[in-house]
Design a protein around this ligand. Structure first.
Ligand SMILES: Nc1ncnc2c1ncn2[C@@H]1O[C@H](COP(=O)(O)OP(=O)(O)OP(=O)(O)O)[C@@H](O)[C@H]1O
Length: 304
């Protein structure tokens, strides 16, 4: 079953900015990366799924519910971690997360227990009675994640969860998200402009550019083997390139690697023979895999 399905979803803001255009996508459960450059329309998509803003055209269903007319039902099943800093500095994490649990409808005692549990899951149990204002950026991001988890949702929508974190903090946050997705059985949509980050922890990707869908697929399909052979020798790469050229193979060089299209089954054997004839040490010879970054035509659109 799809957890999210859109049909020709479009959002035009006042002033004529089209943030989403004709977006049709069906999303299965799992850890899903929503990637695109700044301004691609990721936050707009998330806000529409939460019923915070209405689409200008097309439709969206979350757990087969309409976020516009069944907003409460959608929010009961969805946890949201916003991008911006939005935490009150003068209360403790325990008080804040308990308060949000109460707002989601839990009785007082259950709310307190669930808040402690959510803060334990994100690694803030020991620090939960300290005021949020004294927390580091990484701890604040964890509080935001805990409040998204507190009402035991089936889907988490995380908007740029690694924002402002140093490399170690990023790794820890990504590991935590991956654990939530795999161990808790909650589906997670991780929204990011950093393709390399989401690629590490997601099963599938939705890539958008300028509000339009580039591709939605499992990462394993996106990185399927290509019809190009990559060959690398430990030294004398130029000599091998010349020899392969003489054999009529169209060779291109990429750093220390030579790339040869597999136009026929012969290419593989010809390369091996050339390496042997020249008495070179073969470092690698394999079918090159597609890279997810190839999705984005212009290199500068995402940081890989
Ligand atoms: N409330 C608004 N009014 C007018 N234009 C808006 C509004 N919110 C977003 N936009 C515009 O819509 C486009 C998509 O913005 P959105 O925030 O959804 O992108 P994003 O992919 O989340 O980018 P970022 O990573 O920078 O948050 C941008 O051009 C943005 O300037």
């Amino acid at each position: 079953m799809n957890i999210i399905a859109t049909q020709a979803l479009t959002k035009t803001y006042g002033g004529g900015v089209t943030a989403l255009s004709d977006l049709t996508v069906a999303v299965e459960p799992g850890v899903i990366g929503l990637v695109g450059a700044n301004g691609a329309g990721k936050s707009t998509f998330i806000k529409i799924m939460l019923g915070l803003i209405a689409p200008s055209g097309g439709s969206v269903r979350v757990f087969d519910l309409d976020p516009v007319t069944e907003t409460d039902k959608v929010r009961a099943r969805v946890g949201y971690m916003p991008e911006n800093d939005c935490l009150p500095p003068d209360v403790s994490a325990a008080e804040f997360v308990t308060h949000l649990a109460r707002m989601s409808g839990l009785p007082r005692t259950a709310a307190r227990e669930r808040a402690s549990e959510a803060l334990r899951h994100v690694g803030l149990y020991e620090e939960r009675y300290r005021q949020i204002g004294g927390y580091s950026t990484g701890m604040k991001q964890r509080v935001k994640l805990a409040q998204a988890l507190v009402h035991d949702p089936d889907l988490l929508l995380l908007d740029e969860p690694t924002n402002g974190l140093d490399p170690a903090g990023r790794d820890a946050m990504l590991a935590l998200i991956h654990r939530i997705g795999t161990e808790f059985g909650i589906s997670v949509v991780v929204c990011s402009h950093l393709l390399g980050e989401v690629e590490r922890i997601c099963d599938s990707l939705i890539a958008i550019q300028g509000g339009r869908l580039l591709r939605a697929d499992r990462i394993s399909s996106m990185t399927a083997a290509s019809d190009v052979l990559a060959v690398e020798v430990t030294e004398r790469t130029d000599e091998l390139a010349t020899r392969l050229g003489e054999l009529g193979l169209p060779v291109t060089r990429e750093g220390r690697m030579l790339l040869v299209p597999m136009e026929s089954d012969l290419a593989y054997d010809q390369i091996l023979r050339a390496v042997t004839d020249l008495e070179l040490n073969l470092h690698r010879l394999d079918q090159r895999r597609h890279r997810v970054a190839e999705l984005f035509t212009a290199k500068e659109t995402v940081d890989v």
